[in-house]
Ligand binder design. Structure first.
Ligand SMILES: Cc1cc2nc3c(=O)[nH]c(=O)nc-3n(C[C@H](O)[C@H](O)[C@H](O)COP(=O)(O)O)c2cc1C
Length: 352
């Protein structure tokens, strides 16, 4: 297999979005000829008794999942397994297809191993994605469906976008994520308020008993993030995903004027918000940590802080497809070194 270090310089010569399309085209091949990817699965997918847990009504063979935004249209579900992800969150999907913001809208901050994106929920719309998921159902590894409102849907009609999406995907997804924390849909983050969240989860719970998460932004005071998360759990959320991208442009040396930043520079901020939420909600709800995770040590830190699962996105761009295997192999070692037989013993160890 060609090492990523040999391919990366060529990929990085392309616009980030073109490089993403190229990778997507390659990974879509798993749909046409799944057996061709068996060596990849054997090489990348780590399943080990110490990493396996029953959660959200499914077996998660390893705790490292793909964060939303990489496989917006569910074209790469098998490909993500071939890269070793224990679960995949597709989307954000909106009811109607939409183009997203004008290009260019994805940028690399190479030295800082970070990405800035202003995609704006570009996706093929729920019907197309539903058809694709139906073809692949049932899934070998758990699938989360991250849902958002269309840009042109007024805030007063936003609930109906989310309930329409839940009705569409309720039999397909293993869990759902309410995304009101993207910085790239004007006004979306304003929905991070008690009235909207209570009403939304109230309606959502009538549609499905499957777990529904709230994904929060990192650009809040810790106290505000905790309040918002508590409110969501009280309203029926099964858990919290922290965090989405940040609009703190001071984190990179040459910020673009638009979009949210992810990757290494988000690590500390995402952890601080996650930890604040975990201090309050660990043991009362399920927590997923995302933002700047790029090593087994960082993933383990989030797990001990209270994360049942972690997600990775930007770091794959910089470290390549073997990263997920490396994180999982490293986790097995870290658990063993601490004398844990299974990940569930380590989850929230720092909270006890
Ligand atoms: C190009 C790109 C697109 C993204 N699109 C979405 C999205 O559609 N929905 C969402 O909830 N998060 C989206 N995110 C945020 C990621 O899911 C994740 O929360 C964030 O990037 C932090 O993780 P990371 O540092 O590992 O990338 C996107 C991130 C990137 C880099």
């Amino acid at each position: 297999m060609i090492p990523y270090s040999a391919i990366k310089p060529y990929l990085f010569k392309l616009q980030p979005e073109s490089a993403h399309h190229l990778v997507e085209t390659f990974l879509r091949g798993t749909n046409i000829c799944p057996s061709a990817y068996n060596p990849w699965i054997e090489n990348h997918f780590v399943s080990h008794a110490s990493l396996s847990q029953e959660i959200l009504g499914r077996t998660f063979l390893n705790p490292v999942g793909l964060g939303a935004g990489f496989d917006k249209n569910a074209t790469m579900i098998r490909g993500m397994q071939a890269l070793g992800f224990g679960f995949t969150e597709i989307g954000t999907v909106t009811p109607k297809p939409q183009d997203g913001n004008p290009k260019p809208r994805m940028f690399r901050h190479v030295a800082e191993e970070s990405i800035q994106n202003a995609m704006g929920f570009n996706n093929e719309g729920m019907h197309k994605v539903q058809q694709r998921l139906t073809k692949r159902f049932p899934f070998t590894t758990p699938i989360g469906v991250n849902i958002g409102k269309n840009k042109l849907t007024e805030d007063k009609d936003a609930i109906s976008d989310y309930t329409t999406l839940l009705n569409t995907f309720k039999d397909l997804g293993d869990y759902f994520v309410i995304n009101i924390s993207s910085p790239n849909t004007p006004g979306l983050r304003d929905l991070q308020n008690e009235e909207f969240i209570s009403e939304l989860f109230g309606e959502a719970k009538k549609i499905t008993e499957k777990p529904i998460f709230l994904k929060i932004a990192p650009d809040m005071e810790e106290a505000q993030a905790v309040e918002l998360s508590k409110m969501a759990v009280k309203a029926g959320a099964a858990g919290i995903i922290a965090t989405n991208t940040t609009i703190d442009y001071s984190l990179v040396s040459k910020p673009e004027a638009i979009g949210g930043i992810s990757g290494a520079v988000l690590k500390e901020k995402a952890f601080k918000i996650f930890e604040a939420v975990a201090k309050e909600l660990y043991g009362k709800t399920i927590l997923i940590s995302v933002g700047g995770i790029d090593s087994a040590e960082e993933a383990y830190k989030r797990i001990k802080a209270g994360a049942s699962l972690v997600q990775v996105l930007s770091a794959i761009v910089f470290h390549g497809p073997t990263l997920i295997r490396d994180i999982n192999v490293g986790l097995i070692e870290l658990l063993k070194a601490d004398g844990y037989e299974n990940i569930t013993e380590a989850i929230g160890a720092d909270r006890k």
